[in-house]
Design a protein around this ligand. Sequence first.
Ligand SMILES: [Zn+2]
Length: 240
Amino acid sequence: MNRYNRNILIEGLGKEGQEKLGQSSVLVIGAGGLGSPVLLYLAAAGVGCLGIVDYDRVDVSNLQRQILHYTNDVGQEKVRSAREKLTALNPEIRLHTYPEKFSQENAAALVRSYDFVIDCCDNYTTKFLINDICVQEQKPYSHGAVLAMYGEVMTVIPGSACYRCVFPSPPEEGTAAVSSDVGILGAVAGIIGSIQATEAIKYLTGLGELLLNRIFIVDARSMQISSLQVEKNACCYCQT
Ligand SMILES: [Zn+2]
């Protein structure tokens, strides 16, 4: 428990909260820019079981922001590179790796066996799928997105507003900006991923107030931070 001393000292977390973390499981979808800080912080904090979904391999262009992967990992499966780093950081936790695409076929089964889900993916199709499956399976999850120097994050639990309440449908193919055109600053992914990891730990330990019915927006260019109230949309998928 010495490893977790600075967690245990936090008011409202304590030994009890630490034990809860040890018994908890979190599914992280994407081991890239957001997934790197999320996985590092959750592993370090002692979340007992982490699932990692990513079918991609490490590319040299990932290294500027995906801090879980190093130069000698280029060409390697991201889940394998992630497993190596996280095991070295904290050998006390269990890791399950899924080198596959998160899809309509495997989504429900993957999500079901975890206590909390974190969206660290980089495309709208998967983001909407994660939202819909988590709403359907009544699984709490953290939405996060980052592009250039902008980031947004919100937490969704059964009964709260969901991602579709804010954005009813994905943007049309080819109309949305993507990181391969406008870039992503690694440190901004670090800010958003750190908030997602914080929300997961808060949910699992019952600590504090979650980012519910609010979307937290970071514009790192002007360093303006806002938290917009989100109404539960009466027409949304999450109502039925
Ligand atoms: Zn909704």
